[in-house]
Design a protein. Sequence first.
Length: 575
Amino acid sequence: MNLRKFIPAPCRGLLEIPEEIQGPRRYTMIRRNISILMFLITLVPLSLMALINYHQYQSALKDEVLNPIRVLVNKTKHSFELFLGNRLATVRFIASAYTYEDLANEKKLNRIFRVLKQEFDGFVDLGLIDANGVQVSYAGPYDLKGKNYANQGWFEQLKVNSVYISDVFMGYRRFPHVVVAVYHLSDSGEAWIVRATIDTRRFDELIGSMGLDTRTDAFLISRNGILQTQSKFYGNVLDERPDLIPPASYEPAIVERTDSTGKDVLVGYAYFNRSDFILMVVKPKAEVLKAWYTLKSELLLVFIGGVLVIVFVVIRLTRVLVERLQISDEKRELAYREVQHTHKLSSIGRLAAGVAHEVNNPMAIINEKAGLMKDLIQLNSDFPQRDKFLGLVQAITASVDRCRNITHRLLGFAKRMEVQIEVLDVNEVLQETLSFLEKEALHRNIQISLHLAKDLPRIASDRGQIQQVFLNILNNAFAAVKDGGTVAMATWDKDFNFVGISFQDDGIGMSEDTLKHIFEPFFTTKKVNGTGLGLSITYGIVKKLGGEIEVFSKPGQGTRFLIFLPKTPKEGVES
């Protein structure tokens, strides 16, 4: 499986180290690249997750923090509207329950006003105004009888809307108050207006009942930007502050602002339905979001701590992995050198065996001739210088024995492991051998192609020797192809006696001159690490097992090895 496809394209270059970089510098680069890759894999998702959670939690926490302000604004707004609605309903009842003559009678009007003040607080005076805007009768502390309101704006507005609630104003009374007026039309068509004045102390009481802290301000303001109640930070009653007017909203809303002092504040507000009042609650943003800022700091510390832990673990883990990789590479290099040395000894052993065999034949002849000379001398008692020649023959025989001992030791040195025959599946052996090179294929992105015959007959042969053959050829194929190359393998049932195995690569290929020498000992095209023994050993094993090996190659077109192994052991090869 190619793991490179699971790594984003921009990061794949981190897995590739130029071959010319060797020694400690190579492992330093590997450690650096693995650390960068692990940082990207761990910190990027962690940062994205933290950022998303930060915004989601900030939104949720803000709702939790701001919701009490909305509730408070909504509750207080309803209290104001209930107070004003109650007073308006009372005035409307008076206008409907009494006739014009009753209300025009000041004694009756004063009696109604006294009862009104006993039952409802806040009323300052009460008056009757005719259809022409003239104050017909009046009950209260001021002399307003006969005053004409026909030219005032609220008079015309009252005719249209039937009810009127004024903004807070001073007027003749010299204290903040509001006016509530009701326009009544009797069944006979006669019209009159009942007008009452209400002081604003109840407004202050309602705001005081909100239970605000010293840093929070609450007040009423008209839609014209005139303060209707006292404000802690923004002015007195009837001061003009149009800069404070928020966007229209009859439901409780909250906006973030910077006030005239440069302080960031949260403004909770709601417009009244039946009057021009706006209830506003102003709270310092830092005070409201203090818990959020504290939590944000803690989350930031946790995030930074987590990043530091990840960095520490990645650095330590990378160091351990690269150190183990370096030790593994050193062991592999040592093992490879030992294998090379073993191959050289094996080749020398074969050469020694051949030399010993060739020397033994003339030595045997010399030994026979020397024995014959000894016998002839011993049979002829009159042989001149008989003792001298017998001594010379004895010396020759001793030298022959010495040579025999030397050649026997050479043959012992060249003796190879005995073949162990077993019934085996060539496909299984091939796949098992290929697993030895799986990591190299993965690292170099070499594509492995297998076309294995499903009904391939089992053969009787030596598993270890065949594995060595396959491994030698695959090593050569891997050395021939570039990173990203292809090595293809196939098996088939050749005929009644043999099965076929092919190895095809798309590497650099070989010239015809090279093909003539590839099975010769110590011939190699690898200028640095090649020993020239792999293919010669492969050739010897295949021949010893009774098989055949063929090779086809052209420069730049790759190389193909064909191996034919017998289904039954070669005669003379015993298990």
